[in-house]
Design a protein around this ligand. Structure first.
Ligand code: PA5
Length: 451
């Protein structure tokens, strides 16, 4: 299976452009130091995501078999952030390979009442399994959706039966979900303590639901292992994760403060959203970090590309392309006398899409916007697993090279504490005073009313 990372358009483009020797220096210094630190953290057992491809899948697969004895028609997954984005990305990327008669899956991530109500109306809970995914076992959105779904399920099948249809994916020792599992006998799968939420897509977090709907989780892990081993063996510019981390870091130093991820295949749209969370929550720290931005080819050629080409020169773009789609469509040679139609006839939609990507990259280079193009021979479980691992290692190395901790998220804590105070959670009374002080929206506002 081939993956190519073309980075010619990241060098010698822009003002001042990145030179190859600068890239090599960054690789030999900061990136090499960051990678060394990652290897030490892995050896010490502090960081576990690189070891996920070697996990034993038997407990996940046995649980799937057990729950599928009485074939359920639905799987409802409750989870948010790192507990849902990787699953969403994988489901979208792999949908051509999923059995069409398998269970249907719905994800409740947000606490959007309209969405939750719609899912509860749509799903026949008497034929559903519910998977609540929360590493901490206490995230407000996931706990709220769990309570809502569990009540609805209990009303449908009775509390005793309902408990049998729920699977928690959570920390092996602590947190409310683990306590509930111990106290009430809910089934539970572990999230390794040394694997953080946004690095957990290759853990039971996404593997259980993916196996449940019939995805090839072994191939996903095989691809991830292939990439992890490549990144272990290769040095410097030959190492795909180090190369990407080096390019991002070097270009960031040149003012490229926005990292655009732009796939040219709809199946990779979820991957861009997953990348955005991984990049933002891992690297946005201590006043630093590149802002990730998801774009979509060719759609955003009619939207964001104007800004990329002609706006502030603060962006670098990563294109993702898939050389062989699972299907292609020929454009019919109709109305060939018309100039705007004739040249399209007999070509395929995919050839148009890929040529649009090349055209866009060339136009960006001409405007001084650097880009990287990652080409996958095909998009399947193996290459998706490789891509997940590639970006996880790239992100971790980048953060460690920058001298920040890519594995924590202090910036999300304050808002959570204020929300707890507003929702009258015990122990957060003091935060209420602070919320009143900092909730500045009411101090200056424009109110509109139709008379
Ligand atoms: O990457 C992270 O740590 C976060 O995005 C978490 O995944 C998110 O906050 C959900 O956390 P939890 O799985 O504990 O419910």
């Amino acid at each position: 299976m081939k993956i190519e990372i073309a980075y010619g358009a990241a060098l010698k483009v822009g003002d001042p452009p990145l030179q190859e020797d600068e890239l090599k220096r960054t690789l030999a210094q900061e990136i090499a130091a960051g990678f060394k630190q990652l290897q030490v953290l892995r050896e010490e057992g502090e960081v576990g995501f690189i070891d996920l491809p070697y996990q034993d899948l038997s407990s996940i697969l046995q649980l799937v078999d057990q729950l599928k004895k009485d074939p359920p028609e639905w799987l409802v997954v409750v989870g948010i952030g790192g507990s849902s984005l990787g699953l969403e990305a994988a489901l979208q990327a792999l949908h051509p390979f999923l059995p069409s008669d398998g269970p249907k899956l719905r994800i409740l991530d947000n606490v959007d009442p309209e969405k939750t109500a719609a899912v509860l109306r749509e799903v026949d809970l008497s034929k559903a399994v519910v998977n609540v995914v929360s590493k901490s076992g206490g995230t407000a959105e996931s706990m709220a959706n769990f309570l809502v779904v569990f009540k609805a399920l209990s009303e449908r099948v009775g509390e005793y039966e309902a408990k049998k249809e729920v699977v928690f994916t959570t920390d092996p020792q602590k947190g409310t979900l683990r306590e509930l599992a111990n106290e009430h006998g809910f089934k539970a799968l572990p999230v390794p303590p040394n694997v953080g939420g946004r690095f957990s897509v290759l853990s039971p977090v996404a593997l259980f639901p993916l196996a449940f709907v019939g995805a090839s989780v072994r191939e996903l892990l095989d691809g991830a292992r292939w990439m992890a081993e490549l990144c272990e063996e290769k040095a410097g510019i030959e190492n795909p994760a180090l190369l990407l981390a080096g390019l991002h870091l070097s270009l960031c130093k040149k003012g490229k403060n926005i990292a655009v991820m732009m796939p040219y295949l709809t199946r990779l749209e979820g991957f861009s959203r997953w990348f955005c969370q991984l990049w933002a929550e891992s690297l946005g720290k201590e006043g630093r970090g590149q802002t990730p931005l998801a774009a979509m080819g060719a759609n955003d050629q009619h939207s964001l590309i104007q800004l990329f080409n002609d706006g502030p020169k603060d962006k670098m773009v990563t294109f993702l392309r898939v050389e062989n789609p699972e299907e292609d469509v020929e454009i019919p040679g109709l109305f060939s006398g018309k100039e705007t139609l004739g040249y399209l006839g007999g070509k395929s939609l995919h050839s148009l899409l890929l040529n649009e990507q090349i055209g866009t990259a060339a136009a960006l280079a001409k405007s001084g916007v650097p880009s990287i193009t990652i080409s996958l021979e095909r998009l399947n479980s193996f290459t998706l697993g490789a891509l997940f691992m590639l970006y996880e290692i790239t992100t971790a190395v980048c953060g460690l090279a920058m001298g920040i901790n890519p594995f924590d998220q202090p910036g999300v804590e304050q808002g959570k504490r204020f929300t707890y105070a507003l929702m009258q959670r015990q122990g957060f009374e003091r935060e209420m005073e602070e919320v009143k002080r900092w909730h500045l929206a009411g101090n200056a506002s424009l109110r509109l009313k139709e008379e």
